[in-house]
Design a protein around this ligand. Structure first.
Ligand SMILES: [Zn+2]
Length: 163
C-alpha cells in the first residue's frame, strides 16, 4: 500500500500531521463516518481540556480538502438533509443506506454486477440526450424499514402493514 505522504503528493495535497491523522482514521474505517463521527473517533479524550485534539472545524475542512482533491468520496445523505458521509475507498462500489442512518458497502461481487450496468449503453444514451458525458456513477440503494420491506400484500396500500 502506498504511504500516506506520496498519496497526498499525488493529489496535490500538503502533508500535515493533522491531515495524516484524519486520513488514516477514515481509511481504517468501513463505516463511512460523518465529520462528527470522525471527530469523536479522533478525540476520545475531548472532555479533558488539557488534551489538545483536532477541532471539529479542522476535521470538516480537512475532509472537504480531501474530497475536492479526489482523495476520498463525499456521499450526501439520501434525503439531502442529514450530514454527508465520507469514504476513503475510491473503488467503484455501491452503497446501501439503512433506515437507522448507517451506510454500508454493497458486497463487491454485487457491486461489480450493478455499477457496470449503468455505464456502457446507458452512458451513451445519457450523453446523447443530456449533451454531456457522465464521469462516473454513484449508486446508493435506499433500504426501507423492515416492516415495509416485509410487507407481502399484493395490493399494498399505505396502511396495509399497520395494526
Ligand atoms: Zn463505501
Amino acid at each position: 500500500m502506498q504511504d500516506v505522504r506520496s498519496t497526498f503528493k499525488d493529489h496535490g495535497l500538503r502533508c500535515t500531521r493533522q491531515r495524516e491523522l484524519v486520513y488514516q482514521a477514515l481509511a481504517s474505517s468501513k463505516a463511512h463516518p460523518t465529520a462528527d463521527e470522525l471527530f469523536q473517533a479522533l478525540n476520545p479524550e475531548r472532555d479533558d481540556p488539557d488534551e489538545a485534539g483536532l477541532s471539529l472545524a479542522t476535521v470538516y475542512n480537512t475532509l472537504e480538502a480531501f474530497s475536492c482533491a479526489g482523495l476520498i468520496r463525499k456521499i450526501p445523505a439520501p434525503d439531502g438533509k442529514g450530514p454527508c458521509r465520507y469514504d476513503a475507498d475510491l473503488s467503484d462500489h455501491a452503497h446501501a443506506a439503512l433506515p437507522d442512518g448507517r451506510l454500508v458497502d454493497v458486497p463487491p461481487d454485487l457491486s461489480r454486477k450493478l455499477v457496470p450496468r449503468l455505464s456502457g449503453e446507458l452512458a451513451r444514451e445519457l450523453t446523447a440526450r443530456l449533451g454531456f458525458e457522465p464521469g462516473r456513477f454513484s449508486v446508493q440503494v435506499i433500504v426501507h424499514p423492515r416492516d415495509e420491506r416485509d410487507c407481502r400484500c399484493l395490493d399494498a396500500g399505505p396502511d396495509c402493514c399497520k395494526g
